[in-house]
Design a protein around this ligand. Structure first.
Ligand code: PAF
Length: 282
């Protein structure tokens, strides 16, 4: 496995691989890898000739009050984990390498962002889209792998790729969970021990919602109220949102039908956790 820190070098390697007719599977991350990321790498390894993992904590997608400074980092560990998965290249640029000058062009997302995390993180998905356009041009992937834990990100990137005719296939991968149901996340490390014990209640609330809607409940407000109740009773976290929307359009339904996403975000003292479930109704 090779680590590349230079944009031009990574792009040269990728273009050469394409000339040789090799397929490139790409896993973009911000590092501090967990089993969720490894499941993306595994899928990429299976389906492509060459795999590229990027590790870049993208300042453009963090708001002024968000955790850019405390975002966990451990390159040595990440590198070992990626190597164990048979990964070929790690692209690991510095912020100065990615953004040597202030950008004269950035992406602006117009749809699917006024809900869920987009609502309380203005500009977040613009930052994600901007860095992904750069990364796609640098890494030249055939397939790019995203975890469904951030289902809104998958919906937004789907729009980006379609609208800009980017020749890459998005591969969504199921959320990987701890044994107690907590979705794996780099941010879980920032939970206090008591909060870590409470955190599985988030997934439990999604399971409660799932059994309500599969049992025929069609009123989203009734389902949301039950989830809120469960989280408030069982955690010290503050609920940012619980929403039920159509997926991938992310529109508010009056009645629950078709493909829906039930999604939540809860702020603990030093970690904001998100989770979701996608359900196909008739
Ligand atoms: O999901 C993430 O880790 C980031 O949003 C991504 C896709 C690597 C872009 O910085």
């Amino acid at each position: 496995m090779r680590t590349i820190t230079n944009v031009r070098e990574m792009q040269k390697i990728a273009l050469q691989l394409k000339r040789e007719g090799k397929t490139i599977g790409f896993v973009p991350t911000m590092g501090y890898l967990h089993d969720g990321h490894l499941s993306l790498l595994k899928a990429a390894r299976k389906e492509n000739d060459v795999t590229v993992l990027s590790i870049f904590v993208n300042p453009l997608q963090f708001g002024p009050k968000e955790d850019l400074a405390t975002y966990p980092k451990d390159f040595e560990r990440d590198s070992q984990l990626a190597e164990n998965e048979g990964n070929d290249f790690i692209f690991y640029p510095s912020a100065d390498e990615m953004y040597p000058d202030s950008l004269s062009v950035t992406a602006k997302i117009h749809d699917r962002t006024d809900v869920l995390c987009g609502k309380c993180r203005p500009g977040h998905f613009d930052g994600v889209a901007t860095v992904l356009i750069k990364l796609f041009n640098i890494v030249q992937p055939d397939k790019v792998y995203f975890g469904m834990k951030d289902a809104q990100q998958v919906a937004v990137v789907d729009g980006l790729v379609k609208d800009f005719n980017i020749p890459v296939e998005i591969v969504p991968v199921t959320t990987v969970r701890e044994q107690d149901g907590l979705a794996k996340s780099s941010r879980n490390i920032n939970l206090l021990p008591a909060e870590r014990l409470q955190a599985p209640s988030l997934h439990q609330s999604l399971k409660i919602a799932e059994s309500m809607v599969s049992g025929g409940e069609t009123n989203p407000q009734i389902v949301i109220a039950k989830m809120m109740d469960h989280i408030k009773k069982n955690t010290s976290g503050v609920i940012d949102y619980i929403e039920i929307l159509s997926y991938p359009e992310l529109k508010q339904p009056n009645l629950l039908e078709g493909n829906i996403i039930i999604a939540l975000a809860v702020q603990f003292s030093k970690a904001r956790l998100i989770d979701n479930m996608i359900i196909k109704l008739k």
